[in-house]
Design a protein around this ligand. Structure first.
Ligand code: GDP
Length: 314
């Protein structure tokens, strides 16, 4: 079976010290998402969870966000910056091929920047450095870049990781620039950096479905959702599926509902393909680190190994 890259998708994690502007930046990308499109994408869309919320008066909140740029879907995975329990950061990073390292243009790298960057570098991911709040009167972007570079060196970054693209941004004002002197007024340079510097997800389009459960989400509508990136094949709503436990035993399950991410929501779809990040509802007994697989070809994926939980923020 041939490994290929799903050119229609990029999966990226966002890393930032608290208050450096992660939320504002994602909001800004969402607001400008879809503006720069080549032509309309027709999504196999069943129902937006917005409609569901209106219908049932419930809240459906997703951890992941997805935006589109030139018909490429960018899944943005949040990473907790604080103390890491049970490998939450590693699991988030296991779904992506690159990271956005957001650093305040005045404050520079801070403990949480270092904490998560270390894990991203260890996972061989290539960061794009976003110097945010470049609009601040007290911004010192050149020094901040030097500090970021020193931090990469200290953390043992490879030559390729050290060759990081830099984007200066004001998430608050909605612009991103490749040079400080630049006068660009939208986020296009950041979208371009994402699609050009982050590899499309490596996956196997043909072959029996396979996915590692990297995370769980919950809501009061469908209960538990198994979240992960599809490694191989396609998955369809209503399909019978194998849930492979840590010890290799196989349990039977059924894909009651299937979701992809769009904007801040999960959107129900009838099928999803390798490379995309999805949420599967209907598997009540599923746990993190287990494999979901084609019922007729239950092959287990390697479990993500995690060091002892780190409780400090050095
Ligand atoms: P998070 O904790 O990383 O999610 O940070 P937020 O997005 O909540 O931002 C923290 C604070 O920084 C808020 O008061 C934002 O309005 C402010 N902020 C975010 N981006 C910018 C920016 O580009 N420029 C300036 N001046 N302030 C910003």
């Amino acid at each position: 079976m041939k490994v290929s890259h799903n050119q229609n998708i990029r999966n990226v994690a966002i890393i930032a010290h608290v208050d450096h502007g992660k939320t504002t930046l994602v909001d800004c990308l969402l607001r400008q998402s879809g503006i720069f499109r080549d032509n309309e994408v027709v999504q196999e869309r069943v129902m937006d969870s917005n409609d569901l919320e209106r219908e049932r008066g419930i809240t459906i909140l997703a951890k992941n966000t997805a935006v589109t740029y030139k018909n490429i879907k960018i899944n943005i995975v949040d990473t907790p910056g604080h103390a890491d329990f049970g490998g939450e950061v590693e699991r988030a990073l296991s779904m992506v091929d690159g990271v956005l390292l957001v650093v305040d243009a005045f404050e520079g790298p801070m403990p949480q920047t270092k904490f998560v960057l270390r894990k991203a570098l260890e996972a061989n991911l290539h960061p794009i450095v976003v110097v945010n709040k470049a609009d601040r009167a007290d911004a010192r972007p050149h020094e901040v870049i030097d500090e970021v570079f020193d931090l990469f060196l200290e953390l043992g970054a490879s030559d390729e990781q050290l060759d990081f693209p830099i984007i200066y941004a004001s998430a608050r004002e909605g612009w991103a620039r490749k040079e400080i002197e630049d006068t660009n007024t939208n986020m296009e340079p950041l979208f371009e950096a994402i699609i050009n510097h982050i590899q499309p997800p490596a996956c196997i389009q043909d072959g029996p479905f396979q996915m590692l459960v990297a995370n769980l989400e919950y809501d009061n509508y469908l209960g538990k959702y198994a979240v992960g990136r599809i490694k191989r094949g396609i998955i369809s709503q209503g399909e019978n599926i194998a849930v492979i436990k840590h010890d290799g035993t196989v349990e039977k399950g059924k894909v009651a509902k299937l979701f992809i991410y769009s904007g801040l929501k999960r959107i129900e779809v009838t099928r999803a393909e390798a490379g995309d990040i999805i949420a599967v509802a209907g598997l009540t007994e599923v746990n993190i680190g287990e494999t979901l697989a084609d019922a007729n070809h239950p092959e287990q994926l390697p479990v993500i190994t995690v060091d002892e939980p780190t409780l400090t923020m050095t």
